[in-house]
Design a binder for this molecule. Structure first.
Ligand code: UDP
Length: 331
């Protein structure tokens, strides 16, 4: 079925983008991978460079996008996606979630392609409804530190729905909850690579706040399968994809300590501003509309992920701390 179908994936060198590239390449799609490499890492996709159904465009999707020939699908996954990143590069975060999505929607319209937009549980902010259902409108601080990401993603959903209703474009919106797995950036500040990196470097494990805040972690393979099913479905309204297995951050720290066998201690640091107190997806809609639910337990997923990080060359554990900085563009 996929043979000859062409898909553009933006943010292709990122954590999720690179797994999407693997998925679509292995299914026989012709994959056009696009990334400006500000937060993406070319090493995540270098194994695909020899494949005849894979090509890479080093391009910023916030600028005009040209793809020659026909296009069947677009997956817009370009965006800084960790609090550290979008605090460092707030303007680019807003641009890729507004100008970037606008370019993708325009391209989809010109090519008559179906487009899937990566949204996020951050649209629910610090949620007052638990677990979060798709019909909850959220509790977001627009001018807080997370506002640049949360509001960009909310705008992205709004403009995507507008293209759907006004232009009749085939659109899909996935609300992605915390996801983990191989190829996360070790030093991007996200909790799982933070804890595993600290364990591997022999540093204290940093729990923010009192650790009672909760998250629900989905293994990346489950997420990718959910996204694929959503793309192929006829569901134009947003769908939560995530694993409802909820855990507090202090319990999560204990699990990582067990897994890695580190003898480092837990230290408590200030809770970042507007850090959501709880998060758990209600996936009733995904089960019903997509016949999807996660299959990989946290124990299995964490074991695979730890083994990936443990086998990285040692110097990569220190990379971002020693010199690798983000390209900065003040516009
Ligand atoms: N967190 C933590 N220690 C760290 C990094 C993160 O306790 O070294 C906490 C963070 O405050 C949040 C949770 O872990 O409550 C998940 O953080 P992450 O940045 O991974 O995701 P998000 O907050 O966007 O869900």
């Amino acid at each position: 079925m996929a043979k000859g179908k062409k898909v553009l994936i933006t943010g292709a060198a990122g954590f999720l983008g690179s797994h999407l590239c693997d998925h679509f390449v292995s299914k026989g799609f012709e994959v056009c991978a696009m990334d400006n490499l500000i937060t993406g890492d070319i090493r995540n996709i270098e194994h695909l460079f020899g494949k005849e159904n894979f090509s890479f465009y080093h391009h910023d999707v916030s600028k005009f996008v040209h793809i020659p020939g026909e296009l069947d699908y677009i997956l817009h996954f370009a965006s800084p996606a960790s609090p550290i990143d979008y605090l460092k590069i707030p303007i680019q975060t807003l641009k890729v979630g507004s100008l970037g999505v606008h370019n993708c929607l325009g391209l989809a319209k010109a090519k008559n392609a179906r487009i899937l937009i990566a949204s996020t549980s951050e649209v629910y902010g610090d949620p007052l409804v638990h677990p979060q259902t798709e019909d909850y409108w959220g509790n977001v601080n627009p001018v807080g530190p997370r506002g640049v990401y949360d509001e960009a993603k909310r705008f992205q959903e709004a403009i995507t729905m507008a293209y759907h209703t006004y232009h009749g474009l085939e659109t899909r919106i996935v609300r992605i909850f915390n996801t983990y797995g191989p190829r996360m950036r070790l030093n991007d500040g996200r909790v799982l690579p933070a804890f595993i990196g600290q364990a591997l470097r022999g540093e204290d494990i940093t729990v923010f706040g009192d650790g009672s805040q909760t998250r629900s972690f989905c293994y990346v393979d489950d997420l990718i399968e959910g996204i694929y099913r959503l793309l192929m479905s006829d569901c134009a309204t947003p769908v939560n994809i995530g694993n409802p297995d909820e855990i507090s951050i202090s319990e999560f720290a204990e699990e990582i300590i067990q897994l890695t066998g580190t003898d480092q201690k837990v230290v408590y640091k200030d809770l970042p501003m507007d850090d959501p107190k709880q998060r758990q997806p209600d996936i009733t809609k995904a089960i019903k509309e997509l016949d999807w639910q996660p299959k990989v337990s946290r124990a299995e997923g964490l074991a695979i992920t730890y083994s990936y990080f443990k086998n990285l060359p040692k110097e990569r554990l220190y990379e971002d701390k020693h010199g690798r900085t983000f390209a900065q563009n003040k516009n």
